[in-house]
Design a protein around this ligand. Structure first.
Ligand SMILES: Nc1ncnc2c1ncn2[C@@H]1O[C@H](COP(=O)(O)OP(=O)(O)O)[C@@H](O)[C@H]1O
Ligand SMILES: [Mg+2]
Length: 271
């Protein structure tokens, strides 16, 4: 019998934008719309688990009506405006470390080249490893102030490790001009210092550190194009978020700020 207050469809889980209103918890399981790549993704997640990466939901199955079932991962997931506990240096380092664990396991798992992985946030240079591509706070489960699991692999696609680090840095540093950052994040976050902490937590190599500032700008342009695509398609969630957060002017500001800080980031990463 459903617990008191729980409807037949389960407990609605909030936090996402792509599947807003369509993700439900039923006890130990989550049911959500299956991405087009669900079969390949489930096989990939099971292979990652075999290679020691257990910090992701375990796929349980697909329903006849196009939904997927995955294990629910207990813990805390932060929503915007982001609370202080999710933006600590310990949290940031742990996110870098968790992404590295994903990539270490992923390096040993062959990506199914026959699958049309989503291009939305994919590395334009491609790669042999499956990147998550969307490691935002809403997609990371925490316990005791540390990242313990990555969820929502819907936008995963082959790419370079440094691309996934750049995407992750955008959200977690965050790589936003001070006005944009103040709208969503605690005050006083030192972006260059935090970029360094994330890179150290990940264990980024010197050549990847040298590339990172450029890749961050490429990844930001890819995210902007993704939002533009959703808005052009009339997606109400993205359209509203864009207007609430300051429209295209905000993206212009972020991109100018990134370009102006290229050298500061390069220095912070290499010192
Ligand atoms: N397997 C899971 N374990 C724990 N929490 C989950 C899980 N799946 C989803 N959630 C919660 O539900 C929210 C929305 O789910 P998500 O699948 O990320 O939706 P979207 O695709 O819209 O981003 C997440 O931010 C998280 O809080
Ligand atoms: Mg999500």
């Amino acid at each position: 019998m459903a617990a008191e207050g729980e409807k037949a469809e389960g407990e609605a889980l909030v936090g996402g934008m792509l599947n807003a209103g369509a993700v439900f918890r039923h006890g130990d399981l989550v049911e959500r719309p299956a991405p087009r790549t669900a079969r390949a993704l489930h096989a990939h997640l099971l292979a990652l688990a075999e290679h020691g990466f257990d910090a992701a939901p375990r796929p349980v199955g697909l329903t006849a009506d196009g939904r997927e079932r995955l294990t629910f991962i207990p813990g805390d997931v932060a929503l915007p405006p982001y609370p202080g506990w999710v933006m600590t240096e310990t949290a940031l380092r742990s996110v870098g470390n968790l992404l590295r664990r994903l990539h270490d396991a992923g390096a040993a798992v062959e990506v199914d080249a026959g699958v049309e992985w989503p291009r939305s946030l994919a590395d334009p240079e491609g790669g042999t490893m499956l990147c998550h591509n969307d490691v935002c706070p809403e997609n990371v489960v925490f316990r005791d102030g540390r990242a313990v699991a990555l969820i929502d692999f819907d936008l995963a696609a082959p790419g370079r490790a440094v691309w996934d680090v750049a995407m992750t840095a955008r959200y977690w540093v965050p790589l936003l001009d001070p006005v944009s950052a103040a709208a969503l994040h605690p005050r006083g976050l030192d972006a260059p210092a935090r970029l360094r902490i994330l890179a150290d937590g990940y264990g980024l190599t010197p050549p990847e550190r040298a590339e990172l500032p450029d890749v961050i700008e490429q990844a930001t342009a890819a995210c902007r194009a993704f939002v533009a695509g959703r808005v052009a398609d009339g997606d109400p969630v993205y359209t509203q978020a864009l207007s609430e957060r300051g429209g295209w002017q905000r993206w212009d500001r972020v991109q100018s700020w990134l370009a102006a800080h290229r050298e500061v980031f390069a220095a912070a990463l290499s010192d």
